[in-house]
Design a protein around this ligand. Structure first.
Ligand SMILES: Cc1cc2nc3c(=O)[nH]c(=O)nc-3n(C[C@H](O)[C@H](O)[C@H](O)COP(=O)(O)O)c2cc1C
Length: 277
């Protein structure tokens, strides 16, 4: 066969494709465990960031250790607010459940969907931050939140202090909003003003507002909107409204606050092999 014949050209192309294909799929498979570990570490870091127990400079080792020492994951049923002590958080896939067509796993939100989620998972994980050396004393609760902004769904965590009303911190770990506009949700000084704000009014309704033009001094329920990003700001307000309202964590929060003390005392066992969701 001549070196520059059509058959030879085809043969070289086919062999090259096969070799490259094998290399790409081999490295995808080989790197999967590393990707999963990084995803898990990233989630742990963001839970701790929301709770003020980490900064962006905290090392991976410190994140792993603090998460192990100070975080207890609790699976809850969002319909009843009950803790599901027999469900392993590693086996839960809330984001997958939210897209399912099974009513046992998901609540379809229909037209009343302020955070533009389409569906809400029925079970999720709440992260309890426990006191150093005393795992029975919960100091903060970190809740996963998400909702649509202008371009994208923003995924984050909001931490509440032990009164389950005062904000301890907020952080977003994934979004596609515009840097400098909606992307300012990542700005440390914007996030800092959330600390100490209160979620609920005396009637138990979510009162926290993201105020266009800036919250009035002393407004315990108001945080400044992001300038030039009213739509992302409204998205943030809507997701807080949703997740801490009747179809979100409110039933759990009311149970922990004392209507039913079982929610605060029953915890799922911690596992160091937590899987990324
Ligand atoms: C390229 C481009 C990107 C934008 N990105 C965002 C964004 O991420 N979030 C947002 O709320 N508004 C964004 N806007 C602005 C919105 O279109 C809209 O004008 C704005 O939300 C109004 O906010 P304001 O009332 O504070 O000016 C963007 C506009 C342009 C032209």
């Amino acid at each position: 066969m001549q070196r520059d014949s059509i058959a030879n050209t085809f043969l070289v192309a086919v062999v090259l494709c096969a070799v490259c294909g094998a290399l790409v799929s081999g490295s995808a498979v080989a790197l999967r465990p590393m990707q999963e570990a990084n995803k898990l570490l990233d989630r742990q870091r963001n839970v701790l960031l929301a709770a003020g127990l980490a900064t962006k400079d905290t090392t991976d080792e410190e994140i792993g250790q603090t998460f192990k020492d100070r975080v207890v994951r609790v699976v809850i049923d969002l319909r009843s607010g009950e803790v599901l002590a027999d469900v392993n958080p590693d086996e839960l896939e809330p984001l997958k459940d939210a897209k399912s067509s099974d009513d046992e796993l998901r609540l379809a939100l229909g037209s009343d969907d302020p955070a533009k989620l389409k569906g809400r998972e029925n079970r999720t994980v709440v992260y309890q931050i426990v006191a150093e050396g005393d795992p029975t004393k919960v100091e903060q609760y970190v809740f996963p939140i998400r909702g649509y902004g202008l371009w994208s769904t923003l995924f984050g965590f909001l931490a509440l202090k032990s009164d389950l009303n005062t904000v301890a911190g907020i952080t977003y770990y994934q979004h596609g909003e515009t840097p400098g506009l909606g992307g300012e949700v990542d700005n440390p000084s914007w996030k800092a003003q959330w600390e100490g704000k209160t979620l609920y009014n005396e009637q138990g309704e979510v009162e926290l507002r993201v105020v266009k033009g800036g919250a009035a001094p002393g407004d315990e329920h108001g945080v400044d909107a992001l300038s030039g990003a009213s739509i992302t700001s409204a998205g943030v307000e809507h997701m807080v409204d949703f997740w801490f309202g009747e179809r979100g964590f409110k039933a759990y929060i009311e149970k922990v606050r004392g209507v039913d003390s079982s929610a605060s005392t029953t915890v799922a066992p911690e596992s160091s092999t937590e899987e990324a969701q």
